[in-house]
Ligand binder design. Sequence first.
Ligand code: DHB
Ligand code: FE
Length: 288
Amino acid sequence: MATLVGGITTSHVPAIGRAIAQGLQDEPYWKPFFDGFVPVRRWLHDTARPDVVVVIYNDHGLNFFLDKMPTFAVGAAPEYLNADEGWGIPQVPAFRGEQDLSWHLIESLVADEFDLTTCQEMVVDHAFTLPMALLWPDQAWPVRVVPVCINTVQLPLPSARRCHALGEAIGRAVRAWRADQRVLVLGTGGLSHQLDGPRAGFINKAFDLRFMDSLVTEPRWATQYSTHELVEHAGTQGVELLMWLATRAALGEQVREVHRNYHIPISNTASGLMVLEPVAAQTALHPA
Ligand code: DHB
Ligand code: FE
């Protein structure tokens, strides 16, 4: 059976791609952000050693546009290309798909009553490519991938409770995959930000920190909020934190926090980063 080795949650901002292309990692603006990834890469290399990454993210109009917007979509392609989104950032090399896990995940999630869109062709945007480039800066991807998209772009959005349930179902499916493979879940989006309207530039540090804490100690905390309440607290694009919630839910009841970083702002975004490891359920020594 496969091993779910852990979860990484991070923001995704197109400007990161420009900073990488221009080698700005040590500039004062960027250093506190890029430095956050050094221990994460060490953990990946020394401890997690994933073969496959399930990437939970939201497409921003590259693969899906407003005319056709699935609530949940899973990639089942042999490879995934990046393409020009208009941000002016260089494209990254193609990603190899893990099709056996894609189809296992699709079958398992549909059996669990998640009505998915399956994508046998799919291009991946900055929300997928930049977190991967932060984890593997040489862009010689040593892992195969399965993309999972959650719509946070066009209303109506799936509820926090539904995204948590999706994450739990992803976790069950990964653990039941009959392959001797190590699987990482990577969730990208958030934290608080709003790119448009009268509240453009809105950031809510108190909410972000409470949310990050909740992923360690109270993983269902954010499910109390409706979509509109999440927008109120985190901003119209801050609802991307649903990717973090799904990733956390995939890891099971208890986790150990390995690392976190939080830095304001990167572009318009409060950028957050967490690494969580599942803690295997303990057998009670003294049953009640
Ligand atoms: C920004 C943040 C995002 O999540 C995104 O998808 C695009 C832009 C920003 O802060 O600039
Ligand atoms: Fe985004």
